[in-house]
Design a protein around this ligand. Sequence first.
Ligand code: FAD
Ligand code: SF4
Ligand code: SF4
Length: 453
Amino acid sequence: MEFERLILAAGPTGGKVIRASDGKKPHSVAFIQCVGSRNLDKYEYCSGFCCMYALKNAILLKEKYKDDVDVYIVYMDMRTHFKGYEEFYRRARDLGVIFIRGRGSHIVEDPKTQSLLIRTEDMTLGEPVELPAEMVVLCTAAIPQSDAGDVARVLNISRGTDGFFMESHPKLKPVDTPADGVFLAGACQGPKDIPYSVSQGSAAAARAATILSKKKWKIEPIVAVVSPEKCRNTRVKCGICVKACPYGAIQAAEGEAAIVRTAMCHGCGTCVAECPADAIQQKHFTDEQIFAQIKAALEKNPEEKILGFLCNWCCYAGADLAGTSRFEYPPLIRPIRVMCSGRVDRDFVLEAFRLGAGMVLIGACHLPYDCHYISGNWKMKARMDALTPMLQKLGLSPQRFRVEYVSAAEGLKFAELMKEMATQLEELGAERIREENAKLKPVFDRMLSKKSK
Ligand SMILES: Cc1cc2nc3c(=O)[nH]c(=O)nc-3n(C[C@H](O)[C@H](O)[C@H](O)COP(=O)(O)OP(=O)(O)OC[C@H]3O[C@@H](n4cnc5c(N)ncnc54)[C@H](O)[C@@H]3O)c2cc1C
Ligand code: SF4
Ligand code: SF4
């Protein structure tokens, strides 16, 4: 940034590149790339635009001072993707910019001349080199604004592990956030250059216009509703649903039944699966409806079937793709569609085995960030991580219960998974499955006795 100001005609030096230490014009300038970026101990990600602005400044230096300045770029990989960028790189080479592939390890200053010595490795030569330079420009990692966490809290939006704001979905909703009416554009979402930021800005404005242009905004009718008489928060402190909701759509004031703020509910059903009192239901995906589907799916020869709870956006779509792509697999799965894997109640799994299912599969969006409901897949994972050892302790063969992550694009993966599960089912054999089920049924009967089906 300091160098940008120096070389700018409207900057403090009127565009003259001089050293802050002695005011002299440098005759050699070295740019060091990836300072902190692409470093597992600092910032893992690529800062995206540094290669391009280093090339830009190198070209500006060469055009301005010609042979009076030597320009070096010490880099790991020169990333010049996007339209016209490779040509820019070639132009820098043609102008005589010298590229050294390596990571600068040390810079020491000569106290007499204030010139610098860069220690690095030239990976092309395969040996260490010392590069004298009268000015060194560090292309440092782009990091989120220091108060990004406060903004995220106020707007109820999430941040990735890198600290930048998270989009709802990297491919399908790249400028939306999980909070309705809040859109992302530019570097707050991740490092990017100006053309990319501007395109995102236009997209975000267009997305906002879709809301502002309507007098009424319709939401999906699959929201959650609380039965106040069942909610135990009126008697003891609960609020489990409040913590479970990825959208902050539930309130549970002390001594009062929880309330779902319908306009904020996205209909993932995670709260429904988490509520210990079965006090919440999701419209069109009620317990009663899903139990009826489990029963119908396992009516005949249940031990020969795989009962699948597949999330709408990823695994169910992956299964669809397997079908439309004509990938063949044994037709043993009976899929039950849920909007989010977060809706899969522990009791659904128990009921499936109680009714004699051969295998149960939960198909979800990939971790960590693919869930269309922010964290529904994580909530499901925590629930099933607790259930799995319990089932195994009770005597269920481990192959019979699986959680798998399959994206909408992974039709082939889904077909392969079905083949693998079908082989395992055959190896286990119907007899062994029936024996296990007979042993487990009384336990599951007891565990599900209070469930209204
Ligand atoms: C040294 C350098 C050189 C670059 N050179 C180029 C180049 O040549 N070409 C190119 O295409 N790209 C270049 N880039 C990238 C370019 O700067 C970014 O793409 C661009 O600035 C992103 O625009 P933005 O509006 O998203 O973010 P910014 O330009 O960072 O604007 C965000 C604004 O929001 C303000 N803000 C932040 N938080 C808050 C808050 N809580 N409340 C109120 N205001 C807030 C900030 O102060 C800032 O003014 C360069 C980047 C760097 C660091
Ligand atoms: S989790 Fe269920 S019982 Fe607990 S506050 Fe929410 S609705 Fe009420
Ligand atoms: S957890 Fe999901 S279904 Fe429940 S209130 Fe929140 S968004 Fe709605």
